[in-house]
Every structure is written in structure tokens, then in C-alpha cells.
Write a protein that binds this ligand. Structure first.
Ligand code: NAD
Ligand code: ZN
Length: 359
């Protein structure tokens, strides 16, 4: 079992990564002194393959778990659903000395985490991410939230988990498209801060995509460690943590412009990373060769890299402007200084953004 530390003083925690580790959660929870009464939050389709094993392991270790089912889909990451869950928690005798365990993708993690952060002013919570996106990104860093009809993730909190447990074997049932979308965040970590990780993905991509487990463990651990280093230095996103948004300014706007249906998050971010890379290239911060390497790796992964022909760059720009307004009028843009190094700038012009989408 690999272990990555997220060093946040008394809020610090371990991220465990190991094949088959789902069946070991009881022992780990015991070592961490997790409360005995624990709600296991998951999607119905994850009960048979994974939740049963987690429940058994918890029971064997002397825990008293109950199952809380959350319907799949980001539309259920809402205050209404949170409210329904609070009621279910009360009925199931959850008090301040109980814990929430989130088993699933980022949707379950964000919603269960939000509920844990707010129920009785906050109770302990554990993340057991089962999508690649959640394993390398969403489960680490303590951002929890629900959506509002007018904006994604508008209502949220920072609530760090007690520990994170990652079993890469769970990726075997994940649709290939989601695996590839998750790889966009891994490649992002390489681009913004970890050239070695980028090069590892470059040389081992086929093995990773065919779910070579030792390889996956290494890539996931490395990616988690990268995110942990950023979160440790800027837990509440007052500065540095923004580099994790590389490719996300244009990416989020593409997702919104296409109604959150056409692209997976990672796919939109892939296109956004190419756009941001192009701005870096035109500013002379990145060479042609490095830009081509980035684009090629994303393309080889099976991710889209070209701004869609049928999408109006002006509409996307409008959405970026709207986003900027929501974020108090500042448009911080993340650019690359070559592969492995990011820089936050605040002077990217609308013309540069438009040009980057035109290719
Ligand atoms: N908190 C953060 O820092 C952060 C970061 C990035 C994304 N997010 C959030 O994460 C969410 C997206 O997460 P996601 O991409 O993991 O999608 P998801 O959680 O919506 O899961 C997608 C589908 O895959 C299923 N699934 C999960 N694991 C599976 C497995 N191993 N095998 C088969 N099916 C499986 C789920 O049941 C669901 O139906 C969004 O709500 C986004 O806002 C949060
Ligand atoms: Zn992302």
C-alpha cells in the first residue's frame, strides 16, 4: 500500500493507494479512530460491485455502518438532495460522534462531503473515490459543494477528510471514456508542476489505458502527491492553488456552452489546456516543440484537442466574462512556462482568448 501525506497540521491526513484496499477499510478506519456509527454514501450502481465489500470490512472491524443511497447525476448534487439526506441521517441515529464515508465519483464525494461539513456543524468524513477524476483530483483538498441552479459548486465549504482510500481496481468497471477524461487531470498535474509525471504518461500511456495496475498505482500516487503539495501551500485558494485551474477557464465555459452534456469535464479541460497552451506559446513562454508535445499526448490519450467547429468562440468568451464577474471581477489565467511549470497571470486579453480558440 502506498501512502501520500497531505500535510495540513491538525487537519492533515493520509491518502492510501493500493490494489484491493477496499477490503481493508475497516482496519484502516479503526487505526484512525473513526466513530463506530458510520453512513456509507454511494450511488445505487456501486452497491453490488463495491459498497458490499466496504460494509463487510467495516462490520468485521466492529463498525456499525448503514447505507445511504444517492441517485447518480450532477443534477442531484443539490441542496434539495442534501436536505433529504440530513433527514435520513437523523432517522439513522447519526449524531456528532458519527462519520460519513463517501464511496463513488466526485459527485458523491462533493455531496457527502458537503453534508458532513454542515450536519450538526460538521462531522468526520472519509473519501473512497472510485473514478479516476475523483482519485487524482476531487477527493483531495477538502473542497466540498453542491450546485445551485444558477452556478455549479456555488454552495460549499472546506472540509478535509480524515483519510482517503484509493483502490485502483475499481477503475476496471469505469467506462473507458471516463478513464480518459480523468487522465486529463493527471496530464494537467504534469504540465503545471511535474515534468517527470508528464514524461511517465508519455512513455507508459498504453499500459495506463489498459489498466496495468502497478503503473496506475504509481501514476495515481504521483498525481495525488502533486495536488497535495499545492493544497498544503494554499489550502483555501488565496493564490497558488489556482494553478490547478490550468485549462479550466476555457474548459468550464465550453462545458456551460454545451449544456454540460456534450463533453466530460476532462474533455472540455483538454481543449481548454490546448487553448491556454497556445496563449503561452504566442507569448513566448513555451516553445513550439513543447506545445506540440502537450497537444500530442492529449490526443493520444483519446481526448479532444480542437475547439469545436460548431461552437461560437464569442459565446464561450461571454461565459468566461460571466464567470469572471462571479469571481469578483478578476480573471486570473493560468499559463505554462514550458512543460512542468505554471504561472498565474492577470493580463490575458479577450482578444488573446478568442485567438486561442480559433487555433
Ligand atoms: N471537490 C473537488 O475538488 C472537485 C474537483 C473536480 C471535480 N469535482 C466534482 O466531481 C464531479 C464529477 O465527478 P466524476 O467525474 O467522478 O463523476 P460522478 O461522480 O458523477 O460519476 C459518474 C458516474 O460513474 C459512476 N461510477 C463511479 N465510479 C465507478 C466505477 N468505478 N465503475 C463504474 N461506474 C462508476 C457513478 O455512479 C456515476 O454514475 C462533479 O460534480 C465535479 O464538480 C470536484
Ligand atoms: Zn478539473
Amino acid at each position: 500500500m502506498r501512502e501520500v501525506r497531505v500535510d495540513l497540521g491538525d487537519r492533515g491526513y493520509a491518502v492510501y493507494i493500493g490494489r484491493g484496499s477496499l477490503g481493508e477499510i475497516g482496519g484502516i478506519a479503526l487505526r484512525h479512530g473513526l466513530p463506530k456509527r458510520a453512513g456509507l454514501f454511494t450511488n445505487p450502481e456501486l452497491v453490488d460491485p463495491y459498497a458490499e465489500r466496504v460494509l463487510n470490512s467495516l462490520r468485521d472491524a466492529g463498525f456499525d455502518p448503514w447505507l445511504c443511497l444517492i441517485p447518480s447525476g450532477d443534477e442531484h448534487k443539490s441542496l434539495e438532495e442534501a436536505s433529504r439526506i440530513y433527514g435520513e441521517m437523523l432517522e439513522n441515529r447519526m449524531d456528532r460522534k458519527s462519520a460519513v464515508i463517501a464511496l463513488g465519483g466526485g459527485m458523491v464525494g462533493d455531496l457527502a462531503g458537503f453534508v458532513a461539513a454542515t450536519y450538526m456543524r460538521g462531522i468526520p468524513f472519509v473519501q473512497v473515490p472510485t473514478t479516476l477524476l475523483a482519485q487524482v483530483d476531487a477527493s483531495i483538498g477538502g473542497k466540498v459543494a453542491v450546485n445551485h441552479p444558477k452556478a455549479k459548486n456555488l454552495i460549499g465549504a472546506f472540509h478535509q477528510p480524515r483519510f482517503v482510500l484509493i483502490d485502483p481496481e475499481t477503475l476496471k468497471t469505469l467506462p473507458e471514456r471516463d478513464l480518459k477524461a480523468g487522465m486529463a487531470e493527471v496530464i494537467k498535474h504534469g504540465l503545471i508542476m511535474d515534468r517527470e509525471l508528464f514524461e511517465m504518461v508519455e512513455s507508459e500511456l498504453e499500459g495506463i489505458l489498459s489498466l496495468d495496475m502497478p503503473l496506475l498505482e504509481e501514476v495515481i500516487a504521483r498525481s495525488c502527491a502533486d495536488k497535495a503539495r499545492v493544497v498544503e501551500r494554499d489550502e483555501k485558494e488565496s493564490g497558488l492553488r489556482a494553478i490547478l485551474n490550468y485549462g479550466h477557464t476555457v474548459g468550464h465555459a465550453i462545458e456551460a456552452a454545451t449544456g454540460y452534456e456534450r463533453f466530460r469535464h476532462g474533455e472540455a479541460v483538454s481543449i481548454g489546456m490546448v487553448c491556454a497552451g497556445r496563449i503561452s506559446l504566442r507569448r513566448g513562454m513555451m516553445t513550439e516543440g513543447e506545445f506540440a508535445r502537450m497537444r500530442e499526448l492529449l490526443e493520444r490519450t483519446g481526448l479532444p484537442v480542437d475547439f469545436p467547429d460548431d461552437l461560437d468562440p464569442h459565446l464561450v468568451l461571454k461565459l468566461i466574462r460571466h464567470d469572471k464577474k462571479v469571481k469578483a471581477g478578476r480573471l486570473n489565467f493560468i499559463l505554462l512556462e514550458g512543460i512542468g511549470r505554471a504561472r498565474i497571470v492577470d493580463d490575458v486579453s479577450e482578444e488573446e482568448i478568442l485567438e486561442s480558440m480559433r487555433g
